[in-house]
Design a protein. Structure first.
Length: 222
């Protein structure tokens, strides 16, 4: 009897992620995957940094969402190319869905691609999209126990943003507790505090992104 083999979903995703990375490398585009729980402040961070970077970097955005185009509409208002990726209820982006988005973006005209993943502190972390960098966002309103409770979200991050810090006085969020837990999970990631609504810390985030944009793309703009 012929044995049916179902290909591992992770294997298929990893293959697509590798293809995405190869395509982005060939075009000299630095790709950043932005992860965090629902409402952690991911789109607000994009709204804060894109206007700061727009004159130095040619940026594009892929917006992940279960059901709406609300975040893509917010990014579109900033005047950068954006594609909405709808997961149709799925709790994370996949590399194959990102692949479809890449086909519709003007990659030759971009230096940096920002991908906002579906708001979820668990599932997106397990799926490589082909990105070069990961930024994980935790808002103070989620609680200082969340690094310990959702370690996978932070394990592979290159940068961890503690967002909505203006609201800290209204909570019992303890920066020492969360920093200690984050350091146990991930020793190398930088940790940055932001207040997107007041544009505090977001300049540092913009600088972090600019510093990591690929040399080849910077050179192509000279
Ligand atoms: N006070 C305060 N509110 C913020 C800050 N950043 C975001 N918010 C608010 O938090 C809410 C959620 O922000 P979004 O940027 O939409 O969060 P998100 O992570 O993109 O949400 P999803 O894409 O739905 O997961 C909004 O009402 C924002 O105005 C901040 O730094 N301070
Ligand atoms: Mg959002």
């Amino acid at each position: 009897m012929k044995i049916k083999v179902l290909k591992n979903v992770f294997q298929r995703n990893d293959n697509a992620a590798r293809e995405n990375r190869e395509l982005l490398d060939a075009r000299g585009v630095t790709c950043v995957n932005l992860l965090g729980g629902a409402g952690a402040g991911k789109t607000s961070l994009l709204e804060a940094v894109i206007p700061v970077l727009r004159d130095s970097l040619r940026m594009g955005v892929l917006e992940g969402d279960l059901a709406t185009t609300k975040d893509a509409t917010r990014v579109d208002a900033l005047g950068v190319p954006v594609i909405q990726l709808l997961t149709d209820g799925g709790c994370h982006l996949t590399a194959t869905l990102v692949q479809q988005g890449l086909r519709r973006l003007p990659l030759d005209g971009l230096d940096m691609l920002l991908i906002e993943n579906v708001g979820n502190p668990i599932c997106p972390a397990g799926f490589d999209l082909g990105e070069h960098l990961r930024i994980s966002v935790l808002s103070v309103t989620e609680g200082d126990d969340k690094a310990a409770k959702y370690p996978l979200l932070f394990k592979d991050a290159d940068l961890i943003v503690l967002s909505k810090c203006d609201l800290q006085p209204l909570t019992d969020f303890d920066f020492n507790t969360v920093t200690r837990d984050l350091r146990r999970i991930n020793r190398r990631a930088e940790i940055l505090q932001t207040q997107a609504r007041r544009a505090i810390g977001t300049e540092a985030l913009a600088t972090w992104l600019l510093d990591r944009c690929r040399p080849s793309s910077a050179a192509s703009r000279e």
